[in-house]
Design a protein around this ligand. Structure first.
Ligand SMILES: *Cc1c(COP(=O)(O)O)cnc(C)c1O
Length: 417
């Protein structure tokens, strides 16, 4: 998919997005987004929507949220200049350090924001779903912090694959429910969480982990993650003396990317989202949704998805669990359609190599998800000598050690100076 609307229409849509006129009251980002859910779920979504409109931007909620971000999450996160990577790439590289946020990634910004919202709405308990377990950990931690019981639905297959995170979630006081239905992975866990929500929508808050799904989640999650881009923009002005030429973020569902990009949409900055190219270009060999997908409805939202000619949603493949998703947030679908953000992909082996280079030059063990952004940024730097680059470092890679051990690094020693 490339630009699919005319220049005038694209300009109008971008202006509306920047001014905050999107999504509209139906949750639409241009043609994308909306709310495609079964009748039984409509009241729960409407109640949440009303709650978001009433509380998200009121002064008291924002004061509580900013306080938690400061005192518990550890914001603002640092912006690091990367001297040795800059030298290696022939560019000026700056890194926004979401790996330094509590629990090791940007996910906590959203989790604590929604946990506070659940409290404000008078919910008695929180439910969440998790695939790789990272959102389960963030949700459990946030619920412990605000004092709400939390139940995390997780596919039985994923529980086996991610055993340390299951233990982490339980230690943080949440209950983990094994989902034995369907594919026993993330998609089945989402179905199960939605079922639980329908049975008791008045007392239950459903804490969704990325900028995906039916309205208002893509909007809500973006609003809780824009702190990344707001801080990074100011830090670039203060520390680098100006804005970057290009900014990069990895894209799974798209929450860290929209958080970084949204405050930069009105600036003269090339924005590049990087998806998982997996092991190849074939259907089922990657999770490069925007790069290769087509429009359709997935989990309540009209967006770009990976599907076959019959509309069957495709399995995905990626070395990074956090990017392994066959859909993408609707706001990204619009940003691609109007040509404001370019979406490309990096393969597993390219991500691994980028991770190793960053480790050895800057002493930062980044997440496998994030490594995809570095792989793309490196290629960009080669094509644009001397450019100034900002990379959203969405999380840390300690969680990825079991995978990394299976892919021994070809350690390249760098000459010491
Ligand atoms: C979950 C995760 C992602 C992918 O999620 P988005 O919603 O696309 O941001 C990226 N990086 C890290 C470190 C993650 O944990």
């Amino acid at each position: 998919m490339s630009t699919v609307v005319g220049a005038d229409e694209a300009g109008r849509l971008l202006d509306a997005l920047i001014k905050g006129d999107m999504p509209d009251d139906k949750g639409r980002f241009g043609p994308f987004g909306g709310r495609y859910v079964p009748e039984t779920l409509v009241p729960a979504f409407e109640r949440l929507d009303a709650g978001v409109r009433a509380h998200l931007h009121d002064a008291e909620f924002q004061r509580d949220f900013q306080k938690e971000l400061r005192e518990w999450v550890g914001r603002p996160t640092a912006l690091s200049f990367a001297p040795r990577l800059s030298e290696a790439w022939g560019a000026e590289v700056w890194i926004k350090r979401e790996d330094l946020a509590h629990t090791g990634a940007h996910k906590i910004n959203n989790a604590i924001g929604q946990a506070l919202l659940a409290k404000r709405l008078g919910s008695q308990r929180v439910i969440a779903e998790t695939g790789a377990g990272q959102h389960g950990v963030a949700s459990a931690a946030a619920c412990a912090r605000v004092g709400l019981p939390c139940t995390v639905y997780m596919g039985a297959v994923d529980m086996e694959r991610q055993a340390p995170n299951v233990d982490r979630i339980r230690r943080l006081g949440a209950e983990v429910v094994a989902v034995e239905s369907g594919d026993k992975t993330l998609r089945a866990a989402i179905d199960e969480a939605l079922r639980a929500w329908v049975t008791d929508p008045d007392n239950t808050y459903y804490l969704l982990g990325s900028a995906v799904g039916a309205h208002p989640y893509p909007y809500l999650v973006r609003e809780l993650q824009v702190v990344i881009g707001q801080e990074a923009r100011q830090q670039m002005l203060d520390q680098a003396g100006g804005l970057p030429d290009a900014a990069f973020a990895c894209v799974g569902g798209g929450s860290n990317a929209i958080g970084l990009f949204y405050p930069l949409l009105g600036d003269d900055i090339e924005l590049i989202g990087v998806e998982a190219g997996g092991i190849g270009d074939g259907l089922g060999e990657n999770a490069a949704t925007l790069a290769t997908g087509t429009p359709g409805v997935l989990q309540g939202s009209y967006t770009i998805i990976l599907q076959d000619d019959d509309g069957q949603v495709q399995e995905t493949q990626s070395i990074s669990a956090g990017l392994d998703y066959s859909g993408v947030g609707p706001e990204h679908a619009l940003l691609q359609a109007i040509g404001r953000v370019k979406y490309i992909s990096a393969r597993d082996d390219e991500a691994l190599e980028a991770l190793q280079e960053l480790c050895a030059t800057e002493g930062i063990l980044t997440a496998l998800e994030t490594s995809h952004a570095y792989a793309a940024a490196r290629e960009y730097a080669q094509q644009h000598p001397g450019c100034r680059i900002l990379i959203g470092n969405s999380g840390r890679g300690d969680k990825d050690m079991p995978t990394l051990i299976q892919h021994p690094a070809r350690i390249r020693r760098h000459a010491s100076s």
